[in-house]
Design a protein. Sequence first.
Length: 420
Amino acid sequence: MRKYPICILFSFLCLACSSNSSDNDDDTIGGMQSDDDMTGGNNDTPIGFFACVGGVADIYPCNGYDLLGGIPLGIFNAASGNDIWGWTDTSNNREYALVGLDNGTAFVDITDTDNLVYLGKLPTATVASGWRDIKVFQDHAFIVSEAADHGMQVFDLTRLRNVASPPENFTADTRHTGFGNAHNIVINEQTGFAYAVGTARDDAFNGGAHFINVQDPKNPVGVGGYADNGYTHDAQVISYNGPDTDYTGSEIFVGANESQIVLANVTDKANPAEITTLQYGNIGYTHQGWFTEDHRYFILGDELDETDFGFNSRTLIFDFSDLDNPVLHDTYLGPTAAIDHNGYVRGDEFFLANYTAGVRVLDISGIDGNTIVETGFFDTFPTNNTASFNGVWSVYPYFASEKIIVNDINTGLFIIQKAN
């Protein structure tokens, strides 16, 4: 692979888009198309700092969020981006972006955004795929992909402390092969269990959830699974501490299962039990959701309702006060026609990866009273806000520094932060 200096100093002009664009649904496989004609960007040019002034940061539409910097796909030697997660090394408080790519996972030290360090790349375990997902537990990254026979790579992130000649070509510390392809990986950090979902529909758990004990990260052990409701596209698993005292302390699985939401009690790995299933009006594709921090509400995105029914970006809020009888509490419609993708809660804010409309930040402090307000955004795909599968795949908003890392399918890594 191509080599670059240890520090990439962002004193260059910003690029626009990469030479590759995914025009595909996150859930249906297709080819890549050239995207050079959209903005004329250089896929090998680093992205520099631009303040959000007058509604733009260089060419990027914005409201209240500055562009700190970024690394385009060409530097990663990749054709497309997908998932993203973060890791903070608590021994020194350095912050790292774990960047999902079609052909592997890149690791970037983002502590000093004037001197971003591309440390290296862990190649895909088998073949390239547009779908890759990453989570972190006990200083290890756990990585799955839709690539055939990929399994789950485990990478010790403490190795990033001492990279002599970046970018390095990394190898995994171990690889769990209890399944082949998987669409997503979920980890309950309180219990040390991982849940691989979106596996082969004809496997032992019908594409549902594979339970994996990762309490010893380098020795993952499969301990069963959940198959009763079929294929799970994405999920969140929590140690429940919400208003329904019947389930206090239980490990609760909430699956986005294409045409329904599934709630299950997975505390006893040998005997997982369905709690209930839930549907809603105008289902396109039940895609992904996240609990509010008090575990009362679950905020869900349906990936195809914009294209199937003509909604503006639609976010559904369910009241989970009674897990046996959840109900639709509110519906939020965004200001654009863009498709919503992954969304995450931090405090009273919801950070939504909104494909062509970029990252949208919603104030959910008034969620009890059905008041949700967009307070800011940063749009990494300036060409349009139409309902297509380009732009931001995912966002990670959990760094103590309040940096936010964003992975754009067409362009690569962006680091943004709320403007002063």
